[in-house]
Design a protein around this ligand. Structure first.
Ligand code: FAD
Length: 502
């Protein structure tokens, strides 16, 4: 069952006086910088996420649903999807009665735990979306709308006075093996074929990469300007407050036990509404009848202690780009506003029976593995402590493509399945769901993810065995690609086909 957290986290945010780093002409690592002194210990594990700690704690708890109620629109789940939908609905029609029911508190899920990449990457396969009626044109349209969404979120923060540490520095993807470099080149070629140009994404030779960040083992990279970095808990807390100011009623500690046509059931009573919208992403499998809709994929993160000026000088990264690699079991990272590195990746990707974590606690071995990955990429961090480790679940549909949908005959709608690309996508999805509810035909309602349907996941134990098998194959492929062959491992290609990737 859902737990309700009322206790504030113990620590106040650590602050670090640091200047953006300046890349040195050459880098010679001393013994400590190579990480030999790093002991692998984690200061804090779980407690939802570092982001809530750094924000100074959880917001005061909102009341639970007081009893049976009526609304025009009832939204289940107060993450980005539910809150953006509510906010855009109220902005378009201030008189609408919009109620959000949240099992724990607003931002408890992935929205308050993620890597803070507000990215324009498509949540799913282009090839699959292109099978829709608008074909490839629809895919490019979706890509462009997602790019504008990155700015929409920045503009929203500014207009609503939300300091979410939004910096639009773009995103770097780096190659640390020859095989990864070739994959990055392939990615850029594919992007060109789909209509993206040099202003959208470009390949960086190792020397160009070094101008942005010093990855000692960097074989090259790509850069796209269409990404911003945020502190996710600040964004989701600010969004919830903005929605309330707009007149949205949010009830917390109110788990919905069943969703029926025009009705959301809770132990406090039911909410009846013309439209009931599900915004439960990675938690969806816990609702009756929805066990096999979205796979709760687990992702874990760690954050270092604040790094000193000398370390930042050795790293560079003064542009605050988000940073990822091109491994099959990839990592994603950001430079935080308080001078740390937050880095994430998959540990245990999936728990048997679509289980979810407890309070964001991750496996200690996963935290250690992420710390090793960080040092492999950026040995300059040296013995810096891991101050916090946590995890969360995101929702993956069987075909890895997201959906925004509404059935007017039942009044039921939902959006999600962003497969780890949900921070910007949930904003576009929320605007689109609002359009569908209001019956507005807009360029958004023409996008290929609208009314998209994926088949369901296999029952257990096939689901657990196949996900486990896939991730073992990807890990093995990464190890094999460490050799100088320069080719993407055939094991990874086979795993892609089994997983349903294009
Ligand atoms: C560790 C991690 C890192 C990530 N990094 C990135 C990133 O850098 N960039 C990116 O684009 N995406 C990232 N993602 C994915 C992204 O965070 C999600 O796609 C996005 O936040 C989904 O938002 P949501 O509102 O749909 O779901 P959630 O934020 O998970 O919200 C769902 C809400 O529904 C509530 N709920 C569930 N069931 C019920 C119920 N029965 N009754 C009432 N309430 C219920 C939950 O408590 C929760 O608050 C990451 C995800 C994780 C876990």
């Amino acid at each position: 069952m859902y737990e309700v957290y009322s206790e504030p986290p113990g620590d106040q945010p650590a602050t670090a006086a640091h200047k953006p780093g300046v890349k040195p002409a050459g880098l010679v690592l001393n013994k400590g910088q190579r990480g030999q002194n790093y002991d692998g210990a984690v200061v804090r594990n779980g407690d939802v996420s570092y982001w809530w700690h750094a924000r100074g704690g959880f917001p005061p708890r909102r009341p639970s649903l007081p009893g049976p109620a009526e609304a025009d629109v009832c939204i289940v789940g107060a993450g980005f999807t539910g809150l953006w939908t509510a906010w855009y609905l109220k902005r378009a029609e201030p008189g609408l009665r919009v109620v959000v029911l949240e099992a724990a508190f607003a931002g408890f899920g992935a929205s308050g735990r993620n890597g803070g990449w507000v990215m324009a990457a498509l949540p799913g396969s282009r090839e699959r979306y292109a099978r829709g009626p608008r074909g490839r044109a629809g895919v490019l349209d979706m890509q462009r709308q997602l790019q504008r969404t990155v700015d929409e979120i920045g503009a929203f923060c500014q207009a609503e006075g939300i300091d979410a540490h939004y910096v639009k520095g773009g995103s770097l993807s780096v190659a640390t093996t020859v095989a990864q470099r070739e994959r990055l080149r392939e990615t850029v070629r594919a992007d060109r074929a789909w209509g993206l140009d040099e202003a959208d994404v470009r390949y960086l030779e190792p020397a160009e990469l070094e101008e942005r960040i010093l990855i000692p083992n960097g074989h090259g990279g790509t850069y796209t300007p269409h990404c911003a970095r945020v502190q996710p808990a600040r964004l989701v807390a600010g969004l919830a407050a903005a929605a309330e100011r707009a007149g949205v009623q949010i009830y917390e500690a109110t788990p919905v036990t069943a969703i029926e046509p025009r009705r959301a059931c809770t132990v406090f009573g039911d909410v009846t509404a013309k439209h009931v919208l599900r915004a439960t992403e990675g938690f969806t499998a816990r609702l009756p009848g929805l066990r096999r809709e979205l796979l709760p994929v687990n992702s874990s993160m760690i954050v270092t202690e604040p790094l000193g000026d000398d370390v930042w000088r050795d790293i560079g990264w003064s542009g605050f780009e988000t940073l990822g690699d091109e491994a099959h079991v990839y990592i994603y990272a950001q430079r935080t506003a308080d001078g740390r590195i937050a880095i994430g990746g998959r540990g245990v990707p999936y728990r048997f029976g679509s289980g979810v974590d407890h309070r964001g606690t991750t496996q200690p071995e996963t935290a250690r593995a992420l710390a090793r990955s960080l040092r492999a990429l950026l040995p300059q961090v040296g013995p810096a402590r891991t101050e916090h480790a946590w995890c969360g679940v995101l929702g993956a549909p069987r075909d890895w493509c997201a959906t925004v949908t509404l059935d007017e005959t039942t009044g039921l709608g939902w959006a999600g399945g962003y497969t780890g690309h949900g921070v910007a996508a949930s904003n576009l999805a929320g605007r689109t769901l609002a359009d569908l509810v209001l019956g507005h035909a807009t360029p958004r309602t023409e996008l290929p993810w609208v009314f998209h349907r994926a088949r369901r996941w296999e029952p257990e134990p096939a689901r657990w065995l196949s996900v486990r098998g896939l991730y073992s194959a990807y890990r093995l492929a990464d190890r094999l690609e460490g050799s100088p062959s320069g080719r993407t491992s055939l094991i990874a290609r086979a795993a892609d086909i089994i997983a349903g990737s294009p």
